[in-house]
Write a protein of this length. Structure first.
Length: 61
C-alpha cells in the first residue's frame, strides 16, 4: 500500500515538474500510470521529460 502511495506521489511530482500543473486530464492518468507493470512504469518515468502532454495523453489516456 505504501508503495502505491509513493508511486502516486512520484507521478504527481513528475507531472507538476514537467507541465506546471495537473489538470483533470492529467489527474485521470495518474492512477492508470501507477498501475503499469514495474518495468513499464520505470520506462515512463525515464521518458517523461521528453514526452509532450499530447503524447502522454495519447499513449496512456
Amino acid at each position: 500500500m505504501d508503495d502505491k502511495r509513493d508511486d502516486l506521489k512520484s507521478v504527481k511530482i513528475f507531472l507538476v515538474s514537467r507541465f506546471g500543473t495537473i489538470d483533470e486530464q492529467l489527474e485521470a492518468l495518474v492512477k492508470a500510470l501507477t498501475e503499469l507493470p514495474t518495468s513499464e512504469f520505470s520506462s515512463l518515468l525515464l521518458s517523461l521529460s521528453t514526452l509532450s502532454r499530447e503524447q502522454l495523453l495519447t499513449r496512456f489516456g
